[in-house]
Ligand binder design. Sequence first.
Ligand code: PRX
Length: 635
Amino acid sequence: MSNYHIKNLEEYFQVYRKSVREPANFWEEVAEEHFTWRQRWDNVVSWDFSKPEVKWFENAKLNITENCIDRFLFNDGDRTAIIWEPNDPSENAKHISYSELHKMVNKFANVLKENGIEKGDRVCIYLPMIPELAAAMLACARIGAVHSVVFAGFSSKALATRTNDADCKMMITADGSFRGNKTIDLKGIADKALEECPGVETVLVAKRIEADIEMKEGRDKWLQPLLDEASDECIPEIMDAEDPLFILYTSGSTGKPKGMLHTTAGYMVYTAYTFKNIFQYRQNDVYWCTADIGWITGHSYILYGPLANGATTVMFEGVPSYPDAGRFWEIVEKHKINQFYTAPTAIRSLAKTSSDFVEKYDLSSLKVLGTVGEPINEEAWHWYNDHIGKKRCPIVDTWWQTETGGIMISPIPFATPTKPTYATLPLPGVQPALMDENGNEIKGNQVEGRLCIKHPWPGMARSVWRNHQRYKDTYFATFENMYFTGDGALRDDTGYYRITGRVDDVIIVSGHNLGTAPIEDAINEHPAVAESAVVGFPHEVKGNALYGFVILKETGESRNKENLRKEINQQISEKVGPIAKPEKIQFVSGLPKTRSGKIMRRILRKIASKNTENLGDTSTLLNPEVVDEIIENSL
Ligand code: PRX
């Protein structure tokens, strides 16, 4: 029996029970089955959630790129590592073999070194979905630099905050990017951010849209000529198991994003293991995850997990709606995709379009379908199952987080019977617990509570970059000796888990994790605004959408409200990013507050979702009269 290819439910339970009984032995076997280790570990795991401190594969030495690339050169160098599918379907796709990727990454790594990047330095990567993005990340890992990828849809302000927080010495960006029928001035956004980032000494610029951009003398360099001249040999830096691999920012309940720090060996073992098991990837399959590499899904399941298995992984530059709503299915047919992994929000928006967009393509190559990032509603699940999987392909509804590094709760295809809207069972090595508000574990089935994890797993983030206290406070302080996910979940009568949503001030909009605090901060910076509160409400396509309640200053009262809405949205686009723009903005004279001045978001959430029948007790409010006014004028 292999830990990797679990064939049926009985085998799952056997492996699972072993992983709980003997976690160290279980993960040791997984780590021994594949991988190139330069030195073996002394100890599989040591941990103390009160500090919190977690170490996996202590004192092992390795380089993750050697595991993701070099390991396959001897026998399979010609195998395709990455299929790059451009935004415009009339442009040729690129098939990059493992040997070509090896050369590309080595050249890039040498360029980084020649430009002063050393082991431990942070490099900010702000690139569209082009092969240079994958190569840049792997090049950092090759020489032991820490990459911090910032999603190329983020604004200049968001980019600057992240670049400065990680103290990046270098930024890698492009002259622009394509998005459907639009181009985006990425370099312009980067330049604006860089005005506030004095620590960045060098900016490498990839050419993608042939835009006429400004290059700042002494700081900006075109990437391609440097790659052309660089040597394609680069000996990988030997890294310690717990050396940092990357930082990736995620929203929190307070204004500042958290730089989640992932380390080398545990992350590699975990993403490789989960990828193989959850997608039941077989040699020569073609796997496609539609996420952007700027999110954790792309880090773990476009790049590291697949490459660590010698897989062929697709990287798509475009959007699902361009040139029309059939694009995903056209790509499935074109590259004969076997495993397809996407977000519920994409499924919901494509399900609304004519079925002709699906029917005209041959989807018979598909074997496994996946979803990630937010709960999938029953209707979308059935559409996916009926129209895309033709009822033949198991759907893996994968629950996890930026912080967990890899998938935690998910069906294993053909072994775990699926159930719409349920992420089903924990993976081997994952020990979930549901907790009540008093900090007690809720045992048994048919129960609901706050989702925690009891035992460390190799892929977990080890800290918040330069703010270990915040790591402790956010994840380990709510429940003693537990990692707290911030999600609520229920366990049904068979032990299956269903994620019910966030229990904090984070809202998942179209699969993007948004904290309300930074959006409120952006709104409040508008000169006409006195105060604001942002909440989420259910939305047919986006899952959740944002609703902003805004109190104006006297100066704002007389202003045209439509113009004000536009200005506020503009402000949010600039400070946080266009994805954070509220669906609705209501101007109010006050916000419901407790006597201690805390905004009662619970009431606002009910109003936003038009569920005002039972508002609960409002008598403790400082200003109960404002509630009626808000309901009356609600949008
Ligand atoms: O609320 C959960 C939701 O997304 C959050 C994590 O967001 P992020 O760190 O951006 O990572 C997204 C990609 C892994 C979780 O706390 N979430 C993620 N997957 C699911 C989900 N909610 C329900 N079902 C899922 N399958």
